[in-house]
Design a protein around this ligand. Structure first.
Ligand code: GLN
Length: 533
């Protein structure tokens, strides 16, 4: 096999300028040329993984098939690449330090002083290589989280710098993404922040090979030329990437600037001709005006657009595939606390209760689920949303007001959801839940089985609590059918309400498996039901 090529994507000026989307888009363009691509994000924070992070901090926690709790960019990677990445796709500084310290305790470095250089940098480079090798990749694209100039990303940038001499100049490429702001007072795009950012990067020993300039509007050749001259990057490798309506347009925008061809040429990659016809078709469907369907996602983090990112994306993928224009709105539990449920949810065609943790906001979500049930609005409950839907039904329809989860009330007299099996003696947080793809057996003749058309199915899980077997009779009293169970532990995984237009609760997270080119059947059926409600 030819040697793997390594592309590093760094960011400057400000955070959140879409390094992840740039990396994912380039990956898609290279894949469409027949190359095998692995994507990896190095996150500079000290958390060992994203598992214990609040969605209010970095957006949703994404889960890989092999059970790693990741940064949400890994979700973009999988959606753009239409593939399953493994746990090496995301690595934090904390994980690297953790490994190095663990090895030090084991005596692996007896006698040595453990230092950022070489120990942390060597461990980082080992992760980079391991990731690429795990996928037998022709190209590994490594996104370095944070912004150049941050103290905490320095070891990663140093590792990236060393890769050029370790792997060779022909094997490595550095892409720097910056913001080119438009200053209203001067009515012009300002290049200075980019110049400073590149200067900063060069002071760390990295000369970018390509610049991707993010801006509100297209950047003229003259401005690109100026940046090229100041930054020692040839004008043709200074790429404008203006804001577009959908993130899925970015690959086509980059393709129109021949970004992938330039990368292929620079790295002498054996690339074929790209075929982006399916992607274009998907984008057309996504942007086509159709019948509007309004979906309410009822959760704690309504002020954080990224908190339910995979879920809102999955709803849009599904809508596009059936010609419905999906408008997703986050209805926060804070608002539900202040206003009555009718006024909050009146305008929607369907209600989705997403995953979540902790007691706060649960009574409001339960009230929203009750409203949806009474109005016979299509309902989809995911993770916590499924658990709260079961609690709502048992409280209202089986007349057991006390029904709860020990996550909400540790002293409840009716703990429908409890800690069992491996979870009951768990004292540590982080990577200790039921995680990743698990087999779920679906019962014949149920809605779930009809939607999937097969059994067992494999879906990604992330939960600590589970439905206690001793109360399953109460589900029946509440009009709920158990339509799926974990194939091994037999824990209840899917519930439905046969008498409803559409009512499904899943303990797992189908949103992680939805792809723009392959929408998930559960979401498609949910949108279809919403369209008819
Ligand atoms: N908090 C619940 C649990 O731990 C549900 C988690 C989730 O929604 N993924 O079981």
């Amino acid at each position: 096999m030819a040697q793997t090529k390594y592309i590093f994507v760094t960011g400057g000026v400000v955070s959140s300028i879409g390094k992840g989307i740039t990396a994912a888009s380039l990956a898609l363009l290279l894949k469409s040329r027949g190359l095998k691509v692995f994507l990896q994000k190095l996150d500079p924070y000290i958390n060992v993984d994203s598992g214990t992070l609040s969605p209010a901090q970095h957006g949703e926690v994404y889960v890989t098939a092999d059970g790693k709790e990741c940064d949400l960019d890994i979700g973009h990677y999988e959606r753009f690449l239409d593939t399953k990445l493994n746990r090496l796709a995301n690595c934090t500084a904390g994980a690297i330090y953790h490994d190095v310290i663990e090895r030090e305790r084991e005596g692996a470095y007896l006698g040595s002083t453990i230092q950022v250089i070489p120990h942390i940098t060597e461990a980082t480079k080992a992760r980079i290589k391991e990731g690429a090798e795990s996928a037998a990749a022709d190209v590994a694209i490594i996104e370095i989280g944070g912004t150049v100039g941050d103290i905490e990303s320095l070891p990663f940038l140093e590792a990236a710098r060393q890769c050029r001499s370790d792997f060779g100049s022909d094997q490595t490429l550095y892409i720097h993404t910056t913001l080119v702001p438009f200053v209203d007072a001067a009515k012009e795009l300002k290049t200075k922040p980019t110049q400073h950012s590149v200067k900063e990067l060069r002071s760390l020993g990295i000369q970018p090979d390509m610049l991707v300039l993010r801006s509100k509007q297209p950047i003229e050749a003259e401005v690109r030329g100026k940046i090229a001259a100041f930054c020692d990057v040839s004008t043709e490798r200074v790429i404008g990437c203006e804001d577009v309506a959908s993130i899925y347009e970015v690959p086509l925008l980059l393709e129109s600037s021949n970004v992938a061809d330039k990368v292929v040429e620079r790295l002498s990659l054996p690339a074929g001709r790209p075929d982006l016809s399916k992607w274009r078709g998907m984008l057309d469907a996504l942007e086509k005006k159709g019948e509007v369907v309004h979906i309410a996602v009822v959760g704690k983090y309504a002020d954080y657009a990224d908190a339910y990112l995979s879920t809102t994306e999955a709803l849009r993928h599904a809508g596009a595939s059936i010609g419905a224009e999906v408008h997703v709105e986050l209805v926060g539990t804070d608002r539900l606390e202040r206003e009555d449920v009718e006024s909050c949810l009146d305008a929607y065609d369907a209600v989705l209760a997403p995953g979540g943790f902790g007691a706060r906001g649960t009574e409001e979500i339960i009230a929203a689920i009750r409203y949806a049930r009474r109005k016979d609005l299509p309902f989809l409950g995911i993770g916590y949303g499924m658990q709260l839907a079961v609690i709502e039904a048992v409280r209202t329809l089986a007349g057991r007001e006390a029904a709860s989860s020990i996550e909400i009330d540790p002293a409840t007299s009716l703990p429908l959801f409890t800690l069992e099996g491996g979870q009951s003696d768990q004292t540590r947080y982080g990577g200790t839940m039921v995680l990743g793809e698990q087999p779920v057996e679906l019962r014949g003749g149920t809605l779930a089985e009809r939607l999937y058309g097969e059994s067992p199915i494999y879906e990604r899980h992330r939960h600590r609590y589970q439905l206690s077997e001793q109360y399953t009779n109460l589900l029946k009293e509440a009009g709920l059918t158990i339509s799926g169970r974990h194939a091994e532990s037999r824990v209840v995984s899917v519930v439905e309400r046969p008498e409803a237009a559409f009512f499904l609760g899943v303990q797992y997270h189908p949103e992680y498996a939805s792809r723009p080119l392959r929408p998930h059947p559960v979401f498609t059926a949910f949108i279809e039901a919403a369209r008819h409600s």
